[in-house]
Design a protein around this ligand. Sequence first.
Ligand SMILES: *Cc1c(COP(=O)(O)O)cnc(C)c1O
Length: 397
Amino acid sequence: MSPSPPSVHPARAVVDLGAIEHNVRTLRAAAPTAEVMAVVKSDAYGHGLLPVARATLAGGATWLGVAQLAEALELRAGLDAARPPGEPRPRILTWLFAPGAPLALALDADLDLSASAPWAVAEIAAAARATGRRARVHLKVDTGMGRGGARPEAFGELLDAALRARAEGTVDVAGIWSHLACADEPDRPVTAQQTEVFAAALAQAEAAGVRPEVRHLAASSGTLLHPGTHFDLVRPGIAVYGLTPAPQVAGSAELGLRPAMRLEARLTVVKAAPAGTPLSYGHTATTTADTVLGVVPLGYGDGIPRAASNLGPVAVAGRRYHVAGRVCMDQVVLDLGPESAGVRVGDVAVLFGDGSDGAPTADDWAVAVGTINYEIVTRLGARVPRVHVPSATVEDA
Ligand SMILES: *Cc1c(COP(=O)(O)O)cnc(C)c1O
């Protein structure tokens, strides 16, 4: 690996935008009859909102999805600021807001909004009257996730509210949608049951005279593992970043995905230490031989789970180690072993990457810490700079 350029930051997350594009193309091929909404909530799962959003559009996504209104407003403003003249705006859907949210801002930004209950339709209609803009609403039905959405027995009321708003000219029903709870476990019957409940809700809407532009149900697992859930639009998140949504079913490579993020840091200390040297807070680890210690300048202040103490895998110069002792706020220690004479201060330690060079992956970290790959990348802190590179230049970045 070539040396990093001089930086005030000792660590960085290199995000391969070519991998993001590749992954979106892979998802399009997996769902050839549907359009792709790339889900870029929570700062694109920690990868950096705007560069990632642009890469997904280059890969063929035509919609973008974020959870919160603030994220959607930031996304629209950021994309508009660099949009070449004549290029169409992607549709942006946002689905989480509380009563009293400033929905006029959403309509002024041409955002699609979700509604799970009549109060939400009423607030969207009020914002439409206030702005003079017709709102685009996606009616959400709870087909079995047990989270957002109108329960099937309440979907009729939601449809009625939307029909009233449509009749007064304030709202168009752009979508009907739902979310799958267990699509990463293909052996369970839940996905098929949810798909049936969804189809029934669509039939109910059609009977009431509502024909949405898009019907959508599938996130990454649905897109890759359940073709029957594709409908008009799929909403992959984690797979856009090259991480498997179902590690017990298939790894990233098997699914044709390329992990986009590499988390790396330059060793700030390399020093010899004798056998019996206790390491880090609480002395939960002790060297067993005369050895060399390396200090990696990343800790729980950067989003490295403290639960990775004595567990988190790290590669240096092609060799695998794990965190020795407790994860601190800013640093972790590696016991590089007596044969590590070649390792020098300033050398690069890789916490996770795409796995092609033998370094650990986000999935390895998830297993080590007892969580999911989603959390490993999304929790990465704001202190770590994201360095976005086009595919071909990753190694020279
Ligand atoms: C986060 C989210 C997605 C994307 O899920 P992945 O499992 O990351 O693909 C899709 N739809 C909704 C409603 C979500 O909240």
